[in-house]
Design a protein around this ligand. Structure first.
Ligand code: HEC
Length: 106
């Protein structure tokens, strides 16, 4: 009997956790959504943290390293956690600027 109660409790907690995760995912805007809304902020983030060493002429080369846009975002996201890391909340903006510039150049 007792193990049934424990199993029910475990199940209830799992369900609660899953529901919480869904609510969290639904209420938290994706970084791309924030960045996409503000091209000026994306450009400013790149200017502030990258432009002293890099310019848009390098973007096609970076794109050739990782041609798939989704894979490239993931690659840049990992890279920019150790390569002259911009502030955590600006990383998505920097990536958005690179992706937008590439898309506009096509
Ligand atoms: C102080 C100079 C400096 C800053 C600031 C800097 N980088 Fe770099 N970055 C380099 C150098 C040097 C390399 C290696 C040579 C190259 O590929 O240009 C490099 C390489 C890269 C690469 C290619 C990595 C590879 O595997 O070939 C990417 C992408 C990149 N940087 C993105 C950025 C972004 C985005 C920022 C801004 C957050 C940034 N970098 C800030 C100097 C810098």
């Amino acid at each position: 009997m007792r193990h049934v109660q424990i199993a029910r409790l475990t199940w209830a907690l799992t369900a609660l956790f899953a529901a919480g995760a869904v609510v969290f995912a639904a209420t938290r805007p994706a970084p791309e959504t924030i960045a996409a809304a503000d091209p000026a902020a994306a450009s400013a983030a790149f200017e502030a943290h990258c432009a002293q060493c890099h310019g848009p002429r390098e973007f096609p080369y970076w794109a050739s390293i990782e041609p798939d846009p989704e894979e490239r975002r993931a690659w840049l996201d990992r890279l920019l956690q150790r390569h002259y890391p911009p502030p955590e909340e600006e990383r998505a903006l920097v990536i958005e600027h690179i992706e937008r510039t590439l898309a506009e150049g096509e």
